[in-house]
Design a binder for this molecule. Structure first.
Ligand SMILES: Cc1ncc(COP(=O)(O)O)c(C=O)c1O
Length: 382
């Protein structure tokens, strides 16, 4: 199989599995227990917290472990807002934010969804213009999951600070692909998920700047400074720590540049081999692993299925909605028509991707698009 759907999830690296194994064996203890077995588990968790903090450029005490990106986003928004508060989000957030916005509206919060330009980027001044007296929080993602477009989070962070408003960013798709510094961004909360950085599924972290008044959403024990009670998932947390360490190393050892050049090769080859294509978001800075390509007059779902037949895994968009027939709200917000959005494909590379795989994918994509277009012409002419 050629797996090019790494924005949905990434394969767990062997080093990550290796790091997790002791937590199922000699270090199986409850990290809250004071005996040696518990202390061993606690020591593993402490190291993981330091590794996550190093990736995010923050203090270990500012890291709260969660069950993943969805929980982190839910905790950030629900934990910061009260009825009557105003929240500003971008229209291209993941459903882990947008669905919470729906819920918050029902609880009496006011929400402004700010649009994006044709390149898929939020314009910071639209955030400033949306500020109100009762604005309590701004939440704008760092990199979009469908297009990979990077958002101007540092500028938004400055606007939030000037207005004395809390700022959350969902960095799930940015982590491991670009450097993240919570200090430079100036965010108060930031969401991370392990399974997008070659760690295990079902674990993540929420960065919470010291002094940020978050209301926990679960009630129970004293774990995670009472911000997220419940016995910690130590093996998964250790996996997140190892994945964070490897992701951080990858930012300076040339692996990111390698991914970027594979992605660029894919895009330039497709542009020269397949007529009527366009890279969605190409006018903006993007993470180096993601390519979202519009193949005019080609059903994206049919293309995903045709490539799957050939053993190539790609997707039409976000994994949680890619199966749905609805067009992508992200691409529609960028001005694509419903038909163009349905004819777009997301190809996302991972650490395991090779040049040979990319060459095979280029050949398969150009072949499948040609055949699908030919079939649809035959259908139309019948
Ligand atoms: C930008 C973004 N935020 C949040 C999530 C949800 O993360 P998780 O799958 O860990 O719940 C995803 C997953 O696709 C994502 O891409």
């Amino acid at each position: 199989m050629i797996y090019l759907d790494n924005n949905s999830t990434t394969p767990v690296l062997p080093e990550v599995i290796e790091a997790m194994l002791p937590c199922f064996a000699e270090s199986f203890g409850n990290p809250s227990s004071i005996h040696a077995c518990g202390r061993r588990a606690l020591a593993h968790m402490k190291e993981a917290r330091q590794q996550v903090a190093a990736l995010l450029d923050c203090e270990p005490a500012e890291v709260t472990f969660t069950s993943g990106g969805t929980e982190g986003d839910n905790l950030a928004l629900k934990g910061m807002l009260n009825p009557g508060d105003h929240l500003i989000v971008s229209a291209i957030e993941h459903s882990a934010i947008l669905a919470v916005c729906h819920w918050l509206e029902k609880q009496g919060c006011e929400i402004t969804r700010v649009g994006v330009n044709a390149h898929g980027q939020v314009e910071p001044e639209t955030i400033r213009a949306a500020l109100r007296k009762n604005t309590r929080l701004i939440s704008v993602m760092m990199a979009n999951n469908e297009t990979g477009v990077l958002q101007p989070v540092e500028e938004i962070g400055r606007i939030a600070a000037e207005a004395d408003v809390w700022f959350h960013t969902d960095a799930v798709q940015a982590a491991g692909k670009v450097p993240i510094s919570t200090k430079k961004i100036g965010c108060d909360l930031l969401t991370l998920s392990a399974h997008k950085i070659h760690g295990p599924q079902g674990v993540g972290a929420l960065f919470l700047r010291q002094g940020t008044p978050l209301r926990p959403q679960l009630h129970g024990g004293h774990q995670e400074r009472r911000r997220r009670p419940g016995t910690e998932n130590v093996p998964a947390i250790v996996g997140l720590g190892a994945a964070s360490r490897i992701a951080q190393a990858g930012l300076t050892d040339g692996s990111i540049e390698r991914l970027g050049s594979l992605r660029d090769r894919l895009e330039s080859a497709i542009a020269s081999l397949v007529p009527e294509t366009r890279v969605n978001g190409c006018g903006a800075p993007r993470v180096p692993n993601t390519s979202n390509i519009l193949f005019e007059h080609t059903g994206g779902e049919a293309l995903v299925l045709a490539l799957d037949e050939l053993g190539i895994a790609v997707s039409r968009g976000a994994a949680c909605s890619a199966g749905a027939a609805d067009p992508s709200s992200v691409l529609m917000a960028m001005g694509l028509s419903g038909e163009q959005s349905r004819s777009s494909l997301r190809i996302s590379l991972g650490k395991q991707s090779t040049a040979d795989e990319i060459e095979k994918a280029i050949a398969a994509i150009s072949d499948c698009v040609g055949k699908l277009r030919q079939n649809s012409t035959i259908c139309w002419s019948k």
